[in-house]
Design a binder for this molecule. Structure first.
Ligand code: DUC
Ligand code: ZN
Ligand code: ZN
Length: 503
């Protein structure tokens, strides 16, 4: 039996205890104390003795650290624009918002070799990150070397997810290439994340708009019609069903897209989906009267109308949408990002994306949990547990449990905050959520038992984050090849990932 609180702090068994808080996971909550040694949770029960560092969490929720599985950090865009956040500022900002793990993108440009890309991003993150991190590969050149050598090696090394684009001149893969990549993912066990928008619809509409002088940011929304998203999503799902391989549609915006995904899921297709704060809390019409300022709200796909917002809420509630990520795309409102040609920048030339890494969780806590749209368990699932499962980080990440990393966030559900760009820790300089009143805030943040944020201060060093070891995604491991596609797969020599495949 461990001695009680009278032990001197150097004799205490736990390095850290968090006591008297209400601990919540994706499947329930209870009052329990948490004991941490060497960065790992080793005890979880009421009545633990104090550790060397003892935190009183009375009156607070203790939740798993947030996992943000869609962030763009220190990434060069296809248009050659560099994000404003590097792995230091991006991870500091994430931590202040209650996130303890990010997955970011290692972006291949068409002439880059995949091993070089991965090595480059890993080196930069290792030097700067203050919380744990991992990478998805953005694949833009699925040539023979990539398909036969580099991708299989990357997947085996733990890069078990990759993002591919169906639009953007510099990034886009055609359907044939998408099938090639899906076949590799199926054979080696990786999750394909798809940016699903119809390239030619966008290109055609954009040209007509520009020819008629409609260049302002608000026309970005017109060019990216909701049908571009829903058509491409339907097509991506058909391609994935042809090969019977799991996919995840990222940054879902529109109601029709949610309906298409739900329909496919009802048919038993292994289709997963993500949405983001901008599709719950921003609206297309917000850019109408803003002139160039509208660029601060522009991302792809663009936010929809009220009905689409409702559909995203419903999708989160009924499990159609599995992960809630920021899609933090930090571009400044100047020539480095949103305005490469100053006031003369057209909607086609501005950097795409909005910042949100720090406000992702407070927005959902306030609007979802505090307003009764989500239970706190659903909040935990959408912000942490499901990400860990989706990207092969369970059981170390995403839950408060013995054996898991001590990634813990103390939430004060009474604390009220008015959002302003000045209080945030990214390097963007604005937020599309300026002036919002939020209730509930992450007041203390621990990563592998290290206090990262407390009393509004950062307590860890640059470079103290670690690369997260990643297994294959659970939806990939659990996927049972459909018997209806077996003969087809055998005829084409499609090998399934060995753990559950045909062999
Ligand atoms: N896709 C993203 O995932 N983020 C920003 C812009 C984009 O097109
Ligand atoms: Zn995208
Ligand atoms: Zn993104």
């Amino acid at each position: 039996m461990i001695e009680k609180d009278s032990l001197s702090s150097s004799d205490r068994y736990f390095d850290l205890t968090i006591r008297n808080g209400r601990v919540c996971n994706n499947d329930g909550s209870s009052y329990a104390d948490i004991g941490v040694r060497d960065g790992v949770i080793v005890a979880l029960e009421p009545g633990l003795p104090a550790g060397k560092q003892d935190v009183d969490a009375r009156g607070l929720w203790v939740l798993p650290g947030g996992i943000d599985s869609h962030t763009h950090i220190e990434q060069l865009s296809g248009m050659g624009l560099m994000c404003a956040d590097d792995f230091y500022s991006g991870t500091v900002s994430a931590a202040f918002g209650g996130t303890t793990t990010i997955l970011s993108f290692a972006a291949q440009h068409r002439n880059d070799r995949i091993p070089d890309v991965l090595a480059d991003y890993s080196r930069r993150a290792q030097e700067k990150a203050v919380i744990d991190y991992g990478f998805h590969l953005i694949l833009t050149n699925p040539d023979q070397q990539a398909l036969e050598v580099d991708l299989p090696l990357a997947i085996q090394s733990g890069i078990t997810s990759l993002k591919v684009y169906m639009t953007y001149d510099m990034l886009k893969l055609d359907d044939y290439q998408l099938l090639d990549v899906m076949a590799v993912a199926s054979e080696h066990g990786a999750m394909i994340m798809l940016h699903a928008e119809n390239h030619d619809m966008i290109r055609w509409v954009a040209r007509r708009l520009l020819e008629r002088g409609h260049t302002a940011p608000t026309f970005h929304t017109v060019a990216h019609d909701v049908l571009a998203e829903s058509e491409a999503t339907q097509r991506a799902i058909s391609l994935s069903r042809l090969l019977d391989v799991p996919i995840l549609i990222v940054h879902v915006a529109g109601k029709e897209t949610v309906q298409i995904i739900r329909h496919a899921q009802k048919l038993g297709a292994p289709v997963y989906a993500e949405s983001c704060p901008q599709y719950l809390f921003l609206e297309a019409s917000q850019t109408d009267a803003l002139g160039m300022e509208g660029a601060k709200f522009c991302c792809s796909p663009p936010p929809g109308d009220k009905e689409s917002q409702e559909a995203i809420w419903e999708g989160f509630k009924d499990g159609c949408l599995t992960v809630y990520s920021s899609d933090h795309a930090p571009y400044r409102f100047d020539e480095t990002g949103k305005l490469p040609k100053g006031e003369a920048t057209t909607f086609k030339e501005m950097a795409n994306g909005v910042p949100g890494i720090e406000l992702r969780l407070p927005l959902l806590f306030s609007e979802g949990v505090m307003k009764g749209r989500l239970t706190i368990e659903e909040f935990v699932a959408l912000t942490a547990t499901n990400h860990a499962q989706m990207y092969g980080m369970s059981p170390k990440k995403g839950r408060i449990a013995v054996g898991a990393d001590a990634d813990l966030v103390l939430w004060d559900s009474e604390k009220r905050v008015t959002v302003s760009a000045d209080m945030l820790h990214d390097r963007v300089g604005y937020t599309p959520y300026e002036g919002r009143e939020l209730q509930g805030w992450p007041v203390q943040v621990y990563s592998r038992g290290r206090c990262v944020v407390r009393d509004g201060q950062l307590h860890v060093e640059r470079g103290s984050g670690q690369l997260v070891a990643r297994n294959r995604p659970e939806p990939v491991l659990q996927h049972k090849p459909s018997s209806g596609r077996r003969v087809f797969g055998e005829l084409l020599g499609l090998k399934k990932f060995k753990n559950n495949g045909y062999e």
